[in-house]
Structure formats: structure tokens, C-alpha cells
Write a protein that binds this ligand. Structure first.
Ligand code: NDP
Ligand code: A1CAB
Length: 263
């Protein structure tokens, strides 16, 4: 078995679908292990992968660990296999902790985001020399390359990446919901307001990618004495920029705390 996915939740499933859709691996080379055995069985049935129990991990070349961080200490005993390489998506859990609990330096740390489910993840990746030498880093790069872009990142920046990029879709969702509420407040139908908000984020993302700095797009939209600058004044007075920066800082610190809890 080339890959065992332990924790087939939102990310584990995105990976399963990404690698099989892109032909990186066939479903027959993948095994699934989840606390919810019914869910694992259903996903296996649908995809052609096989369902695993902990003893089956002995036959896995590589193991993707995608459970919540708090679960990791409980399962690390049966996760640890002598000849396997590991890839972890767990927020905050450091390479040192993975190495200590799994008893190997063949550990790759990745930090994707939910856009992996649509092939648009931004995934940070880091690994010690041992994992690189054993081919685990290249393997993980290929895996996460099948669900979006992969960025090499030093480990000390992982929690910052998590606080900004991995948590980012939730910030965008709150922005979209609040924008739609504003539209509804001024009389737009709810369904239309939600559709407009989502499409605005997509289109604005495209526009932002064409510009060297986000401020350029803001300046193009805000006409002198016009409507947008009146709206922007309210955002500035409410401290929206500071709030967003604060959100990234808080999420980064939470990542660091989560990591300490699992040491
Ligand atoms: N969601 C996101 O946007 C991102 C998440 N991450 C990280 O990735 C990891 C997974 O996240 P996500 O996919 O959202 O989480 P989910 O909660 O969707 O998936 C985790 C899965 O693990 C299962 N599980 C729980 N306990 C065990 C166990 N003992 N053995 C095997 N499986 C178990 C859960 O089953 P059950 O539900 O029945 O408990 C669930 O199916 C987390 O560590 C998170 O920090 C990283 C970046 C982004
Ligand atoms: O909120 C969390 O803890 C996970 C990690 C990053 C995104 N979701």
C-alpha cells in the first residue's frame, strides 16, 4: 500500500479525491482509516480504496496523518511503524513532536487549506533531511501538488502560514456574509446578496492577482468624492484592518499553543 490516510475528514477526503483524479495514484494503492468506520467504508466503496484497521498500517509505505491535533497523542502509539514515512496536516504539531511520538525523522509537515477540496489549496511544506533523503518530501510535494500550489517554508513560519492562509477561507467567509448582510439591510434579496458576495470575492481575487499591490485595486475602485470612499471611511473607522491583522496574530498564537499541548 503506497499511502494510508488516517483521518478521512475534510482534508483527508480532499487528498484522496485529488490524487486519484490527477492520476498521481490509483485508489487501489490507498488505504483509509477513520474513527467513523462507517464513513471510511462508504468512502472506500465510492473510491475503490480499502478500509484499514491499525494493524494494517504495517504494510503502508507512507501515512498521511489528518486527525485533529488533540487526537494525535492518543493514537501515536499504533501510528508508529518502523519503516513508514509520515505526512502531517495537523495545525501546530511540530516536526520535533512528530519525530518524538512516531519514533522516526521521516516526517513531512504540510499546511494546506480547505481550497484543497477544489484543487486550489495553498500548502506550506517542510521536512528534515532524513525525510528528504527517503523520498518522503518529494512524495508529499506530489500529493499536495495534486490539490493546489505548494510552498517551501521554514518551520518557524508554519504557525503564521496557518493563521493567515489555512484559516483564511473562514475570514473570507465572514467578510462575504457580512457584506451580504449589508446588501440585505439595504433591501437586496438574501439569495442574490449571497451570490453577489461569493462572486465578488472570486472576481476580486482575480483582479488582485493582476496587480502588484492590493492598494492599487482599492484606488481604482474608489472615485474621488464617490460612493466607495464613503464606505471605506466606515471600514477604517471600525478598525477592520487592525481586526484582520489581529485575527492572524491570534490564530498564529493558537497554533503555537496547540503545538505545546501535543508535545
Ligand atoms: N479544515 C481545515 O481547513 C484545515 C485543517 N487542518 C488540519 O488538518 C487536520 C484535519 O482537519 P479536517 O480534515 O478539517 O478535520 P476533520 O475533523 O474533518 O477530520 C478528521 C477526521 O479524523 C477522524 N478521527 C478522529 N479520531 C480518530 C482516530 N482516533 N483515528 C482515526 N481517525 C480519527 C475524525 O472522525 P470523527 O469526525 O468521527 O471524529 C474525522 O473524520 C487537523 O489537524 C487540522 O488542524 C489544516 C489546514 C486546514
Ligand atoms: O482551525 C483550525 O484549527 C484548522 C487549522 C487551520 C484551519 N483549520
Amino acid at each position: 500500500m503506497r499511502l494510508a490516510i488516517v483521518g478521512v475528514g475534510k482534508l483527508g477526503l480532499a487528498l484522496l479525491e485529488g490524487v486519484t483524479a490527477r492520476g498521481v495514484m490509483s485508489a487501489g494503492e490507498i488505504g483509509l482509516l477513520d474513527a467513523n468506520a462507517g464513513r471510511a467504508a462508504e468512502l472506500a466503496e465510492r473510491s475503490g480504496a480499502r478500509v484499514l484497521t491499525p494493524p494494517d498500517l504495517r504494510a503502508a509505505e507512507r501515512i498521511l496523518v489528518s486527525v485533529q491535533p488533540r487526537v494525535f497523542p492518543e493514537i501515536s502509539e499504533w501510528l508508529a511503524q518502523e519503516n513508514a514515512g509520515y505526512i502531517s496536516t495537523m495545525a501546530g504539531v511540530s516536526t520535533a513532536t512528530l519525530t518524538r511520538r512516531l519514533g522516526t525523522k521521516r516526517v513531512v509537515r504540510v499546511m494546506p487549506n480547505l481550497a484543497a477540496t477544489i484543487g486550489l489549496s495553498q500548502t506550506a511544506i517542510t521536512a528534515p533531511r532524513e525525510a528528504e533523503g527517503a523520498g518522503d518530501l518529494a512524495f508529499a510535494r506530489q500529493l499536495f501538488g495534486s490539490v493546489g500550489d505548494v510552498y517551501d517554508l521554514p518551520e518557524h513560519l508554519f504557525n503564521a502560514f496557518t493563521g493567515m492562509s489555512a484559516s483564511g477561507p473562514a475570514y473570507a467567509a465572514v467578510f462575504a456574509e457580512a457584506l451580504a448582510d449589508g446588501g440585505v439591510r439595504m433591501g437586496l434579496p438574501r439569495a442574490l446578496a449571497h451570490e453577489l458576495a461569493a462572486k465578488l470575492l472570486v472576481a476580486s481575487g482575480e483582479l488582485l492577482q493582476q496587480r502588484a499591490h492590493p492598494g492599487l485595486l482599492k484606488d481604482e475602485v474608489a472615485s474621488p468624492g464617490g460612493t466607495t470612499i464613503a464606505g471605506l471611511e466606515v471600514l477604517e473607522a471600525a478598525g477592520v484592518r487592525g481586526a484582520l491583522m489581529g485575527a492572524v496574530v491570534a490564530a498564529t498564537r493558537r497554533g503555537s499553543d496547540l503545538g505545546k499541548d501535543q508535545e
